[in-house]
Ligand binder design. Structure first.
Ligand code: URA
Length: 300
């Protein structure tokens, strides 16, 4: 089995020129910094690229253990340390004990998908959707993104984040030097709420445990929650995304504990496409990259 420490998020990216092009393109879209370029390229390659932002805008490091958030001094770390996982487990536990290979995890996810389709108390009774949207990606990815619920396009296609917000998420993933198929993408709710409304607590209580099982199967090293609802759910907090984004927290299930980086939902980014929101999201994603490239404990 490949351990987490053998895998770095940039390991698959052998073509540095391609990465440079991706980053510069994404920089144009998202207004990102050139920090990733400096990390991934040799100095002569980096010198030939335009500097994207002045050095003073380079986001500061965010240390997980100490929840050091130098760029947002108004929050004391203690205020956000209360964030812990909060979706109650399903009564019938999904066995994840013997999952070793990617194939094991892929098969477990398929079993869970069938179980969810058959038994989810919310999705089997909800009537407003066309397709269930279970989630997709690398079953042993180190990085998992969690959104809120399928939108109109996702409902039609049956895949997560394939509409306009999905295109923005794709840009974010590419900006990290990754491909969409390198990560896993899921939602709190697997069926579209009527009129795209925010999921109700009762819907989340019914469907959320299947998300927890997805997380238990994949066991990513990092979870990125996209927007308020996903963050509130996984962290069992009432604090808003504006307060929580950029600050490491933990998702704690019965048998797992996984670092969570809350960030803005790509749909919010589309609606509020300012230099500040783009910088904030990129800062959050850089913190994720830093964590993924640090030698961490392999929790699998
Ligand atoms: N918004 C979400 O939260 N999830 C999707 O899959 C699409 C849009």
């Amino acid at each position: 089995m490949t351990s987490h420490s053998d895998l770095t998020p940039l390991a698959d990216i052998r073509d540095r020129t391609r990465l440079a092009r991706q980053c510069v393109t994404t920089d144009l879209h998202l207004g990102l910094t050139a920090v990733l370029l400096r990390r991934a390229l040799t100095s002569s390659e980096a010198q030939s690229l335009p500097a994207a932002v002045p050095a003073e805008r380079t986001p500061s490091a965010i240390a997980f253990e100490r929840v050091e958030v130098r760029e947002r001094p108004r929050e004391s770390p203690q205020e956000v340390q209360v964030a812990v996982g909060g979706i109650p487990p399903r009564r019938e536990r999904f066995d994840v004990a013997d999952l070793v290979t990617r194939q094991d995890r892929a098969e477990a996810l398929e079993k869970l998908r069938e179980l969810h389709e058959r038994a989810c108390p919310h999705c089997t009774t909800a009537t407003g959707h066309t397709h269930l949207v279970f989630g997709e990606g690398d079953p042993e990815s180190q990085l998992m993104f969690v959104g809120e619920a399928p939108g109109e396009t996702e409902d039609r296609v049956g895949r997560p984040f394939v509409g306009p917000a999905g295109q923005k998420l794709d840009e974010m993933v590419r900006a990290m030097g990754l491909r969409r198929e390198d990560v896993y993408i899921a939602n709190v709710l697997k069926s579209r709420p009527p009129e795209n409304r925010t999921p109700l607590q009762s819907e989340v209580d019914a469907c959320g445990p299947y998300l927890v099982d997805q997380i238990r199967i994949i066991r990513p090293r990092v979870l990125v929650t996209l927007g308020g609802p996903a963050t509130k759910l996984l962290l069992a907090t009432e604090l808003g995304i504006t307060r929580l984004r950029g600050i490491w927290a933990s998702f704690r299930g019965e048998d797992i504990e996984i670092p969570v980086m809350p960030t803005f939902h790509p749909a919010y980014l589309l609606r509020n496409y300012t230099a500040e929101t783009r910088r904030q999201v990129w800062s959050d994603l850089q913190a994720v990259l830093a964590k993924l490239s640090s030698p961490g404990e392999d929790s699998r």
